[in-house]
Structures are given as C-alpha cells and as structure tokens.
Write a protein of this length. Sequence first.
Length: 368
Amino acid sequence: MALTLHGTVSDNTVALDRKTATPLIINGDMAIAQRGTSLSSQSSSTRLLDRFANDIGGGGAITISQDTDTPNSTFPNSMKMVVATADSSIAAADAYRFTYSVEGKDIATVGLGNSDCQTMTLTFWVRSSVTGTYGIGFQNSAETENYVDEYAISSANTWEKKVINIPVRTSGTWLTTNGVGLGIRWDLGSGTNYNGTADTWQTTSGKVYRTSSCVNWIANASATFYVTGVQLEIGTFDANSIPDFQHEDVGTSLARCQRYCVVIGSGDASYQNIGIHGLGIGSTIVDTIQPLHPPMRTEPSMSNSGNLQASNGSSGFAATAIAITTISNSRQSAGIRLTVGSGLSAGSSYRIEQANSSSSVVTLEAEL
C-alpha cells in the first residue's frame, strides 16, 4: 500500500523492491526504549529511544519521550520532543538536532565512495506544531562528505510522510567496518556553522545538515515535534513507490539494539542480578561477568544509577563504586567490579544485585 503525505492509506499497490533482508534503520518505529520512556528538560546531548541520539547544545532545553501518538495503527510509538526552554538567539556553533548512525557493516552494500555506488531513499513520518522548511543531512564518519536536503512541514499538528532521495556519491572515504558508515541528522534549529547547500553533495571541514532557509523550531516555547517510521532503502523511490515500512518482531528488534546498548534492571525486579555469581577479592571487591548475547559492537563502557549491593544470600553489602574491569571486558562479556566498604570474604561467592530497588540499573554501551 502507498501512504499519502497526510496519513491516510490509498488504494494503490506498491511492488516490493527491497534490496536488504533486514531494515537498515534499527528501531525506526520507536518501539524499543531500554533507557526509559522520558527525559525532562534536557540541555545537553543525550539518548533515550534506542539507536537515536538527541544533540542539544545552546541555551535551550528539550523534553524527550516515547509517545503513542502515531500516523496510523501500524506504528505503536513515536519519539516526541517538546521545547522546554526556547532559544531564539542561536549562536553559530549552537546545535539542536536528533541523529541516527548506520554502522559501516550495514551500509557497505550501498558502495558509498565507489564507482558502483547506489542511490538511497530515506522516508519518515513527522508531525510538528511549527510549520516551515526543515533540514536534514547525511555524512560520512569524518564529516567531510555531506549531502543536505530540505523538507517542508506544511500543516501544523498533522502527520506527514516525507521522502528524501539521496544521490550516489562516488568519492570520499566511507567506513564499511563497525564504525559510522552513514550519519543522519535532522535539524531542529542550529547555528550557521551547520548551513550547507541543498540538493548536492559537498566536501566540507565539518558536518552540515541545514540551509539558511530552515526554521528554528527550538525558538518556539512548548513547540512539539514527533517522528516515527524511519526507514532507509537502497534505490530511488517516491511517496507512492516506497516499500511499506519493514516491521520486525520485538525480540529481533531488541536483540539488534543490544548490539549497541544493554540495560540490566529497568524495573524488572527489586533484587535483579547483575551478571553471574561473582567472586570476593579481598574484603571490599566482587568481580563478576555479564554475558552479552548478541556480542556488542565493541567492548562496552558502563554507567549505573540507583543503589546496588553485593549479597551472599543472607547479607547485603552496599556498593560504594562499580566499574568495568578491563581484564575480562570484551564484546562477548562485560567484566564488572563492585566495591563495598568492608565485610566480604576473599574467595567466597557473591552476587551483584539491585538493593531492593527496581529502578537501579546498569547500562552497557557500545554506541556509534
């Protein structure tokens, strides 16, 4: 079925011409949110919904959430952004955008930088309270090869489907490894440092993803911006010929997201284990291993929130610190070291767990 620009389904039938077995964009339907479902008044760069990042740099702030307002019943969720603090005086280097990075191994078949490079088409559903011209950009990992395009939001608070055609690029250096193969940036109001020329590839000394004609969404207090149904196809399509959004079952989508981020805890239980049973190292340290299936993109980094403890089944020992151990850290398993004040027995078995708090989490990241 073809989808019209304003969210209704037409009677036309689209011949499926998809050249990839799995979606190039992971979590394009915004269904996976391992880190949580809302972040209030963010004034610096952050991540919420899996695989998407929100870059915020200036005097403004944005509230981000997973929402159920969508263009039709085939999409369960969208990413919603709301201006929490408006910024009407945007400096040249200020940046307000959300981004997605396609891994080089996933985009290799396109042939970017080669004579046999293929065209691509990006499509997505968008709804905003602010109408006008918006910018979007595509870059290599070094941000020296840039393609900028514009799209119009013509009706306020109305879902519209956008189709962006990306021409071939036969020059430049493009990664086909586990680094950034293609960066995508949607502008929400950034400074002049990020202005480029629309509808052409350009070689620059830094990323560009907007033009001087683009609106500054961030300048409007309480403005809203929703997006879902993000898909990237190999080939050139229009709104009528683009293949239907390629939904994945939640298990497959979650597993693909966990190549880049694994959240342990997240409201599942009050005493959920972190890793397998660990070993006491002296009186203050427990070392354990968290198996990673599937393997992560690179050796992960780690952050945590809430209270954790070491437990031998009868007593809990409050954590004072937790960190990745480089000795046993790999793509297949994360080495985790918990430090407590005292009381452990060297060589004894302990588990690292939430300290009676389902909100305590450990986050392992290997994001692009």
